[in-house]
Design a protein around this ligand. Structure first.
Ligand SMILES: [Zn+2]
Length: 382
């Protein structure tokens, strides 16, 4: 693509943004859409302990509804830890937020139990920390961090209705997560994009009865682009270049924060990919065999204990005694021996070469895929 990407914001509200993205390709626009939907962390209720429930709804029903309640998650990237990354044994103020709800109906009429009835409480062990000795995560939180989203004038989220004599009493733990794990962690309620409003590229086939134009009226985005002439020939080389995106959040994060985080996340993903294949490129450029392999060099991720062992993805190219990928010092995949070359269950599953001499089958085999000597010719290394 020539030229830099251009972003023109058409409308920005607290919880929605409408913008035009230019000079990027379709794959990028779609990646941004997907990252924004699935990879931005937010906070949601993840565990519910029900003390009393005499309402008409079963416990599971209520727990599911609680999970879907949007909680204020601004800056949760820095202000909260994933429980799995935290050093605490079972939840602490850095990785968990505790809420409780206790409603009993004594009225003659039915009352609503809503997200307004949820209150944030200190942890079960009196773990509220003072701001002086607080870890840095806690200092980055806003005043209502973790509270249910409560816009002035907007209806709270209805959880259930209870009548006289009924009771709902429960405690919840909210945690940080991403929507790939569960949709309740998605900060977005809607993400859409449109391109080529005149369908010049013919990516869409319009089904119609009599008159295509009358039955497929143009949307507002059509004004942004020139309509095709009546006699204009179809340009089969044309590519979409202008994307009309709209992102709407559920209030847990602001629309602007979602887009900025989405771009940062995309960047991180690409950087990780580049890092993942880079040592491989060095090796082709003349690095010594001792450090062969991307993931498996000393201190590397998959095969740490023997620097001389070839690593995954790119092992057996022309270097001596590199063993196939995934398989050298067994621990990552299902245990067995820790000696390279020893037969272990993990090794057998991934590799056909029992001794690791010269590379056999599997991912790192001399003739296959990622580890092939043909890489120079197939465009991975130049
Ligand atoms: Zn913790």
């Amino acid at each position: 693509m020539d030229g830099a990407a251009i972003v023109r914001i058409r409308e920005l509200k607290k919880d929605s943004v409408n913008f035009v993205l230019e000079n990027v390709d379709l794959a990028f626009a779609n990646s941004l859409r997907r990252v924004v939907m699935a990879d931005i962390p937010s906070i949601a209720i993840d565990m519910v302990e029900i003390d009393a429930n005499t309402t008409v709804l079963p416990d599971e029903f209520i727990a599911h509804r609680l999970g879907m309640v949007p909680l204020i998650s601004a800056n949760c990237d820095d202000a909260m830890r994933y429980t799995r990354d935290c050093t605490c044994p079972a939840g602490c103020p850095i990785c968990s937020i505790w809420l409780q709800l206790s409603v009993t109906c004594t009225d003659d009429r039915t009352i609503d139990v809503t997200s307004d009835n949820l209150e944030v409480v200190p942890g079960p062990f009196g773990m509220s920390m003072s701001m002086d000795d607080a870890p840095e995560e806690l200092t980055k939180r806003g005043p209502y961090f973790g509270h249910p989203v409560n816009e002035p004038g907007a209806q709270p989220v209805l959880l259930c209705k209870i009548r006289k004599g009924q009771e709902l009493k429960l405690r919840c733990v909210a945690r940080k997560g991403i929507a790939k794990e569960h949709a309740k962690w998605s900060p977005c309620s809607a993400v859409s994009f449109e391109y080529d409003p005149h369908n010049k590229l013919r990516h869409t086939t319009h089904w119609f009865e009599v008159d295509e134009r009358a039955e497929w009226p143009l949307g507002p985005n059509a004004e942004e682009e020139e309509a095709p002439r009546e006699d204009q020939p179809f340009d089969f080389n044309a590519k979409p270049n202008k994307f009309y995106m709209e992102v709407e959040t559920d209030g847990s994060l602001g629309a602007q924060e979602v887009i900025m985080k989405g771009l940062a996340e995309l960047q991180t993903k690409l950087a990780n990919l580049i890092l993942g294949i880079k040592p491989d490129l060095d090796m082709i450029a003349g690095g010594d065999g001792q450090a062969a392999g991307a993931w498996g060099t000393d201190g590397g991720n998959w095969n740490a204990s023997e620097p001389a062992a070839g690593g995954a993805w790119g092992a057996a190219t022309a270097q001596d005694a590199t063993s196939p990928a995934w398989a050298n010092t067994a621990p990552p995949f299902g245990g067995g021996s820790s000696r390279r070359g020893a037969a272990s269950p993990g090794r057998a599953a991934w590799s056909s070469s029992p001794t690791g001499g010269g590379g056999g089958g599997g991912w790192g085999g001399a003739q296959t895929g990622w580890g092939s000597p043909n890489r120079e010719t197939n465009g991975w290394a130049t």
